[in-house]
Design a protein around this ligand. Structure first.
Ligand SMILES: C[S@@+](CC[C@H](N)C(=O)[O-])C[C@H]1O[C@@H](n2cnc3c(N)ncnc32)[C@H](O)[C@@H]1O
Length: 390
């Protein structure tokens, strides 16, 4: 993909593309190594607002480059899975550019492009996917065109997983817009009328993302659903959330690994965007001391809140009885900004405090791992227990 400087003024798109590139590579390598087929489906493919003639700043080119790279890498390891990419685009002009890009770009994966809307193409998409593992990327412009009931067959496809760009900033502006047509379209997007209840929620953002995730989990019968928050370049507010649903615990672990890299990249581009903005307003060039080595205050504050939640969730999950580490791990890593090193540190700290026991560690081992069992010590009062007693 193009370097971050190329995305000036649309830094949130850089972060989205960085995430897509990193996650797609990870999942395609993993599935390509273990399965015979892998299909990537770009359900709202564009090209859209591309500044590069060769479309290097679009999800189309990013996917073609990455999948081709994965194919070559797997070939070196003696694997030759059938890797395919399916693209869907409604606008005739954009579709013509998409078709042109697929012909021009030198790649060795099988591609197919469907004109028209994502929803009307669902039977054709499912046909093209067949029995393969599919990763669906749903990247709309707003909240229409992917009604929960309509995309049910896509969500239910197995083996498969989905990443949805939940346009929170946009949706939020319409949650209180009193129009029957607007309300009906939000009913269809969420697949429930319950979004009305979140309008007065003090944390409306968490409530709406949470409701959408719950609906996705239920409709697609997913085991794990998580999200990552993409911020506005110049303000400490969400632009959108990338919501990810899978049935595979490894998917959650990989998604969080990618998030860790993306958070650093996001800090970097936002830092630059904010400096440019200050310079433009003041007319003064600022001294540039290189990239900060620590996460921004925004990230640190968000992470410490999530880490507290992780500690409480561990207590709650262990309350009914011991759990294997590999069961606990994806359930904790469903929390945004909680990374595997965090989980292990929380567990080790809790063990030091005498709150839990990690069974299955070798004599010199400190870090929990697959095969370990985690249990609470008896006669210990936990913060969450105290809340229950009140
Ligand atoms: C946000 S842009 C996609 C950007 C692209 N995924 C990327 O990251 O480079 C959304 C695209 O979906 C197209 N579109 C809008 N409604 C659609 C629908 N119902 N079905 C399929 N495509 C649609 C638009 O024309 C636009 O090109």
């Amino acid at each position: 993909m193009k370097p971050s400087a190329y995305y000036r003024g649309k830094e949130q798109t850089y972060v989205k593309h960085f995430f897509l590139e990193q996650y797609l590579e990870t999942v395609a390598f993993h599935i390509g190594y273990t399965h015979k087929e892998f299909v990537y489906v770009d359900c709202f493919s564009g090209p859209w607002r591309a500044d590069d003639e060769e479309l290097a700043d679009t999800s189309i080119r990013i996917a073609l480059d990455r999948l081709n790279y994965v194919r070559d890498g797997l070939a070196k390891q003696g694997r030759a899975p059938n890797i395919r990419a399916v693209f869907v685009e409604k606008s005739p002009t954009a579709f013509a550019a998409l078709e042109h890009a697929l012909v021009q770009h030198r790649h060795f994966i099988t591609t197919v492009a469907f004109p028209g809307t994502f929803e009307e193409n669902i039977p054709r998409i499912l046909d093209a996917v067949g029995a393969a593992f599919a990763f669906y990327f749903i990247d709309p412009k707003g909240w229409t065109g992917f009604d929960m009931d309509d995309i049910r067959p896509i969500l239910l496809h197995q083996p498969g997983e989905v990443m949805v760009n939940f346009m929170y900033d946009f949706i939020n502006r319409f949650l209180n817009f009193p129009s029957p047509a607007n309300e009906a379209s939000l009913d269809r997007c969420f697949g429930t009328t319950r979004w009305r209840e979140i309008r007065d929620d003090p944390d409306r953002e968490a409530a709406s993302v949470g409701l959408y995730m719950e609906q996705l989990r239920r409709t697609g019968q997913f085991t794990y659903v998580t999200s990552t928050r993409i911020l506005k370049p110049l303000h400490d507010r969400a632009y959108f959330h990338l919501i990810y649903a899978t049935r595979n615990p490894k998917g959650i672990i990989k998604f969080r690994d990618v998030e860790k890299r993306v958070v650093a990249a996001q800090d970097h581009v936002r830092n630059d965007a904010q400096r440019d903005n200050r310079e433009q307003r003041s007319g003064q060039t600022e001294l540039h001391f290189g990239e900060p080595l620590t996460p921004s205050d925004t990230v640190q504050a968000a992470r410490s809140a999530k880490l507290k939640k992780a500690a409480a969730k561990i207590d709650e999950l262990l309350r009914p009885g011991p759990l294997p580490y590999e069961v606990l791990q994806p359930l904790i890593l469903e929390l945004p900004l909680v990374w595997n090193t965090d989980l292990n540190k929380i567990l080790v700290d809790k063990q030091k405090q005498g709150l839990i026991i990690i069974d299955g560690l070798g004599p010199r081992e400190r870090t929990p791992k697959q095969g370990c069992t985690i249990r609470r010590t008896t006669n210990t009062l936990y913060p969450s227990d105290t809340e229950d007693l009140r």
